[in-house]
Write a protein of this length. Structure first.
Length: 426
């Protein structure tokens, strides 16, 4: 069995060779003035980063290339699996995810692949903490215990494993004459799924892999790149929303909440509140002292859906610019109800943030969430200062950022309560 994921660390010389080959290939294939100014470089710590060799003004095109450069799901129709895919589509329909998995694995093991230099710079070891999760869970889980992101992480790991197993057992092993079982194994499928999770781009409403555009490092204050398709020149054009100076590293704002950054990329970002939200997980059944748990759960389920096909799980993300989520507010409203309220046929579901009693009750319950944490923010910050493992540092930073967001959201509820009380007195 051949495996793409391996623990062997390439030498800096080999990494640099791969980057040099990629740059040469990329310039040859794009061959446009704008794109020639972009260059992939290897940083001192061995990471890949994109730099510019000229100044760019706001809204200027920084990259221009044809769609031939991209790997799209439609590329499957020009390869060795075209006939099989068309046959399967008649039975099961179009399956973009499966096509990408096949393409990535097939092209990776093809020495003559058009995308060879690009495939050689893709990470062999995924940065996501779900890679080798079961092996590492003993020292990973304690840092995220009692957070909803831990459950999401485990669920995502299980979903990836299930998808990989189903593809191998349900497709690749059923067509052994078509798919080489040495390379179409579960480990390689998991690697491909991770690449899809972390590097797939959207251009002109299509999902594609775009060499170099998936190599920008993240920064919450970085560029917002605008990608569009020019029907006249038949080129994909990428514009920047800010000025870029010659010699500068181009970092992009992924516009991603902390949960997704941590699960898919194993990262946290500073100053990311504009994209971030407080990840909250609520249930009725965990309230052991409540005699109306069953009634509350059924009542809530009549008006709002639960998450992940669960009968009693509400997962949401509260943003600072919209802290009064309707479902979360209704949850707290239902918690306030007595047995007579729970018999109502048409309960109030809108504008609950305009009721001072509900707002105050929700505020007190949100405030209580922070008190459930055994360590103080100061203790977490002290741990962060001495922790050396990068992924654990990101876990600790994630918790600190979430607690900061919760504190600000509680303040928003307090301000809303004060406003309602003042308005009532007037």
């Amino acid at each position: 069995t051949k495996k793409i994921i391996h623990e062997e660390i390439l030498s800096k010389e080999q990494l640099q060779t791969n980057v040099d080959k990629f740059n040469k290939w990329f310039q040859e294939k794009t061959n446009t003035t704008e794109t020639k100014s972009l260059e992939l470089r290897l940083t001192e710590d061995g990471e890949q980063a994109v730099y510019v060799n000229q100044d760019f003004t706001q809204e200027e095109i920084i990259a221009r290339f044809t769609t031939d450069l991209c790997i799209s799901a439609e590329s499957i129709y020009t390869g060795p699996y075209a006939e099989l895919v068309r046959e399967l589509e008649k039975k099961y329909g179009y399956d973009e995810l499966t096509y990408f998995v096949i393409l990535l694995i097939e092209e990776f093991y093809s020495p003559e692949s058009y995308w060879r230099p690009y495939l050689d710079i893709l990470p062999r070891i995924p940065s996501s903490p779900i890679h080798d999760y079961w092996k590492n869970s003993e020292w990973l889980e304690p840092e995220l215990m009692n957070t909803s992101v831990l459950r999401k992480m485990v669920d995502h790991k299980i979903a990836i494993e299930k998808r990989a197993r189903n593809l191998v057992k349900g497709l690749f092993e059923q067509y052994k004459d078509k798919f080489n079982e040495e390379i179409y194994n579960e480990e390689n499928v998991e690697w491909a799924l991770n690449m899809i999770d972390t590097r797939l781009q959207t251009v002109n409403y299509r999902s594609v892999f775009v060499p170099l555009l998936d190599s920008f490092r993240f920064d919450a204050e970085g560029l917002l790149l605008k990608k569009s398709y020019n029907d006249q020149t038949l080129h994909v054009e990428v514009r920047t929303d800010k000025k870029i100076q010659k010699g500068q590293e181009v970092k992009v704002n992924p516009e991603m909440p902390a949960d997704n950054l941590l699960i898919y990329h194993g990262l946290t970002l500073d100053n990311n509140e504009a994209n971030d939200c407080y990840s909250i997980s609520l249930t009725f059944t965990e309230r052991k002292d409540d005699k109306l748990v069953s009634q509350r759960s059924k009542f809530f389920g009549k008006y709002f859906l639960y998450d992940r096909n669960h009968f009693d799980l509400i997962e949401d993300c509260l943003k600072l610019d919209n802290p009064f989520d309707r479902r979360v507010m209704f949850y707290f409203y239902v918690l306030m109800m007595d047995h007579l309220d729970l018999e109502k046929e048409d309960p109030r579901r809108r504008d609950l943030h305009e009721d001072k009693l509900i707002v105050n009750f929700a505020k007190e319950n949100l405030q209580a969430l922070d008190s459930l944490t055994k360590t103080s923010v100061q203790e977490e910050e002290a741990k962060l200062n001495i922790e050396t493992k990068p992924i654990l540092r990101h876990f600790i930073k994630y918790k600190i950022q979430q607690r900061s967001l919760l504190k600000k959201i509680v303040q928003k509820y307090q301000e809303q309560y004060n406003y309602l009380v003042k308005d009532e007195s007037l």
